[in-house]
Design a protein around this ligand. Structure first.
Ligand code: ADP
Ligand code: TRP
Length: 323
């Protein structure tokens, strides 16, 4: 039984990219592993600065996870800022992390390139992420491909720290599923909360159809053969369809005679059905936000026990415990 940890920023409404890369695998792991799953609201603060937004995204994110099947009894499920030991560890690690390591961060450079005026928090984002992972001595961290470098930075920080102060941290392994490495959005680019190209799990039926119909395609005529590997609709279709449906759709593409509109209709139908079983649960949770907050607070208490222990070991090792 491995200890599996991952977090996700409540920085917008979750979408199917988040679902397949992070939420679904995490929910499945709770059956056979020790699962640590949290909402990274301190990370979200680096870009979401309106209090009402941060608050509502956080609770909505929790509602999504619980509706989709995360079981707070079987797992550890909490909000990052409710375990303050993580930010204490962040400071300690930041004093042992070279600037050069942060300067190489693609994620920082991408955000700046997109016009975000960077605050210092955005710069030390990877150290906070390392603290999240290392304080719980996680073995495996399931993430999307875009987080690969953050995991490398975490491994680097852990290894150097252990070399200097003794084997305190577990050096974690990332878990990146190749097939779902980059899920395209309605514009064909990576689906992302910040690009306005997302499809959510809990859209109403009309919006869902509208969004699927909007997915960009090339202009190959209906009768011509098409390349499924170059098509965003097919990339999404295969996530929702079973083996047989995927194979038969692939053949239709290659043969020609099937229009993109027809595939979109099938895709919208499959998407709607996939999330059907979770919709009722979500509506119930939505009505009892107080109870959702309680679940999160209990989750934080359960997780803190581990965090307090690791922080104590670290403080001893670096000379912060005296007398
Ligand atoms: P977003 O880009 O929507 O803000 P995040 O950066 O918060 O998403 O990512 C949350 C998790 O979901 C990460 O593990 C990330 O790798 C994964 N993820 C986000 N978008 C996609 C996508 N389009 N394809 C695959 N994985 C994704
Ligand atoms: N940076 C991650 C993302 O944007 C979120 C995150 C924060 C995280 N802390 C983490 C992921 C620890 C895995 C482990 O998706």
């Amino acid at each position: 039984m491995a200890r599996i940890l991952s977090g996700i920023q409540p920085s917008g409404t979750f979408h199917i990219g988040n679902y397949f890369a992070m939420m679904k695998p995490m929910i499945e792991f709770q059956r056979e592993h020790e699962l640590f799953c949290f909402l990274a609201n301190y990370h979200a603060m680096t870009t979401i600065q309106k209090a009402s937004e941060l608050e509502s995204y956080t609770i909505e994110a929790a509602i999504d996870f619980l509706a989709l099947g995360l079981d707070p009894e079987k797992s550890h499920f909490w909000v990052q800022s409710d375990v303050p030991e993580v930010t204490e560890l962040t400071w300690i690690l930041s004093c042992h992390t070279s600037l050069g390591l942060l300067e190489r961060s693609h994620s920082f450079k991408d955000k700046v390139a997109r016009g975000i005026v960077p605050n210092s928090g955005l710069y030390i984002y990877p150290i906070l992420m390392a603290a999240d992972i290392l304080i719980f001595k996680s073995d495996i961290v399931p993430v999307g491909k875009d987080q690969k470098q953050h995991l490398e930075i975490t491994r680097d920080i852990a290894t150097r720290f252990n070399n200097t102060f003794g084997e305190i941290f577990t050096v974690p392994d990332p878990l990146i599923e190749d097939e779902i490495a980059v899920i395209p959005g309605t514009d064909g680019q990576k689906m992302s909360k910040s690009y306005g190209n997302t499809i959510g799990m809990f859209e109403d039926e009309k919006t869902l159809k509208k969004k699927v119909m909007r997915i960009v395609t090339d202009s190959t005529p209906v009768e011509d053969p098409k390349d499924p590997e170059k098509c965003s609709i097919f990339a999404l279709y295969r996530l929702f369809a079973d083996e047989e449906q995927t194979q038969s759709m692939k053949e239709k593409y290659l043969k020609g005679g099937t229009g993109y509109g027809e595939v979109k209709k099938e895709l919208a139908e499959l998407m709607w059905r996939r999330f059907e079983p979770f919709r009722k649960k979500r509506l119930e949770l939505e009505k009892d936000r107080g109870e959702v907050a309680n679940i999160l607070k209990k989750g934080a208490e359960k997780s803190r026990a581990t965090a307090v222990k690791t922080l104590d070991e670290v403080k001893r090792a670096v000379g912060l415990i005296y007398g």
